[in-house]
Design a protein around this ligand. Structure first.
Ligand code: ADP
Ligand code: SR1
Ligand code: MG
Length: 423
């Protein structure tokens, strides 16, 4: 079918639009009727579930970006071309890790639309974790997804010219990168109208976060990394709302923030979301679940490192490495240094995410959904203090077990950020 000039879809227009795509029309038999439901719960786009009336087992997801930020409304323009990067990343992930992403039925950059597999029997990981659901091997799945996608698109997994061509496909995802620069690395740490700060949390933010120069400079260093490092194609928005899971499977969705960035970015973000969930369960009192969440979050790092190194062992030619340049000992040293660097960077990115989700425009439902503002403030401050602690320890941590010890001591009240009395 010929792609068309952009128009924003609604349920009626959507039916006609899908009718004009032969493969989707054949699958859903649109003339025999479809049920259309808008199910988007994200911040940016519209997401429709379309089910065939004559065979309810046949369904697709249609996602369309609109020329504004959905959570803020039309007064906040945002280029709809973000869908271009969602399409490109999802197609690439379908080549690299098909078991972890929905299949693409159709894509249309002009209409900013993607039609993809409806992930039946999967639910959004965040909501399951809020209810205290267990997902066997979730850390293994996340670690595998990260190791495969990051290695395969990096200067370690690709030849130089081919990789630069791939980078050119993502270099203009500028507006979404700018959202991250502003909302993860800048506004939460200064007075800004976009922030959403619980009045009870505000005092801590003023007195202990925004006047901590070392902390602010560390955030700035991470922003610099985000702006300048182009290690690999990162997902760019890998939080627990970007994973759809069942007991057996895990799928990564919502790839619109994809760009070439630092190795540790996705890793830090996803682990921060696990830790925020851990913190939210102080409210439910589910200690057993907290233990599971903490173990899984640490296992993500371990799984990632194990699988990333396995891939590296299998590859001796890449943009970076030419066969024969290093002997085994030299290469082992190089590998060890790089894995420590990725680990430390990811702890820093984790710290940034903990803070932005506690006081920035986009919180996490795990904590923001708590109605009582005093209870919520206590958890937000716990997350902010952990952010400060991790940022200050980051460069001295070389192993996952060391990080785990710091986090356990913190939650046990045995460790707290420098310059702060124990609270
Ligand atoms: P946004 O970009 O606006 O954040 P998402 O891509 O996160 O949108 O999708 C919003 C919601 O739509 C998800 O939280 C999930 O509930 C649902 N969804 C998205 N993709 C699928 C899919 N392939 N299968 C089933 N549900 C999906
Ligand atoms: C205005 S920022 C909205 C946030 O939602 C997305 O999921 C990203 O995390 C982004 O930072
Ligand atoms: Mg999104």
């Amino acid at each position: 079918m010929n792609n068309k000039v952009y128009e924003q879809l609604d349920p009626n227009k959507l039916e006609n639009y899908l009718y004009s795509i032969p493969s989707v029309n054949d699958y859903l038999e649109i003339k025999r009727g479809v049920l259309v439901e808008e199910i988007g719960d994200g911040n940016l786009n519209f997401v429709y579930k379309v089910v065939s009336k004559i065979n309810k087992n046949k369904a697709v997801i249609v996602k369309q970006s609109v020329p504004y930020l959905r959570m803020a409304g039309e007064a906040w323009p945002l280029s709809k071309s973000r869908m271009r990067y969602e399409i490109r990343a999802l197609k690439l992930y379908n080549e690299l890790v098909p078991e972890f992403v929905p299949k693409v039925h159709h894509s249309d950059e002009d209409m900013s639309v993607i039609v993809m597999q409806y992930l039946d029997s999967q639910s959004v990981l965040r909501y399951g974790m809020m209810k205290g659901e267990y997902y066997p091997d979730i850390s293994k799945k996340i670690g595998t997804f990260l190791a495969q996608t990051l290695f395969e698109t990096s200067f370690l997994g690709m030849e130089s010219m081919q990789r630069r061509a791939l980078m050119s496909q993502f270099v203009l995802n500028d507006e979404l990168c700018k959202l991250t620069e502003d909302f993860i690395f800048t506004f939460p740490y200064m007075n800004h109208e976009s922030n959403s700060i619980n009045p009870i949390t505000e005092k801590y933010v003023e007195n202990s976060l925004r006047n901590d120069s070392e902390y602010k400079l560390s955030i700035l260093r991470h922003k610099e990394m985000f702006l300048t490092k182009t290690d690999a194609l990162v997902h760019g928005d890998l939080h627990t709302g970007s994973l759809m899971v069942s007991k057996d499977d895990a799928y990564v969705i919502d790839t619109e923030f994809a760009f070439f960035g630092p190795f540790g970015f996705d890793l830090g973000k996803i682990v921060a979301n696990f830790l925020l969930n851990y913190i939210s369960h102080f409210n439910t009192g589910n200690k057993e679940y907290q233990e599971w969440v903490l173990c899984q979050s640490m296992a993500i790092f371990k799984e990632f490192e194990k699988q990333f190194l396995t891939k590296w062992d299998e590859q001796d030619e890449s943009s970076l490495l030419t066969h024969g340049y290093c002997n085994k000992e030299e290469l082992d040293t190089y590998k060890k240094d790089m894995m420590v660097k990725i680990f430390q960077d990811s702890i820093g990115f984790c710290a940034c995410s903990l803070a932005r989700r506690s006081i920035g425009i986009a919180g996490v439902a795990d904590i923001r959904s708590i109605a009582d503002i005093e209870t919520r403030a206590a958890l937000e401050i716990k997350a902010l203090r952990l952010s400060k602690l991790l940022m200050s320890k980051q460069s001295s941590l070389n192993k996952v077990d060391e990080l785990e010890e710091v986090i356990r001591n913190y939650f046990a009240g045995k460790e707290y950020p420098e310059n702060e009395v124990h609270q």
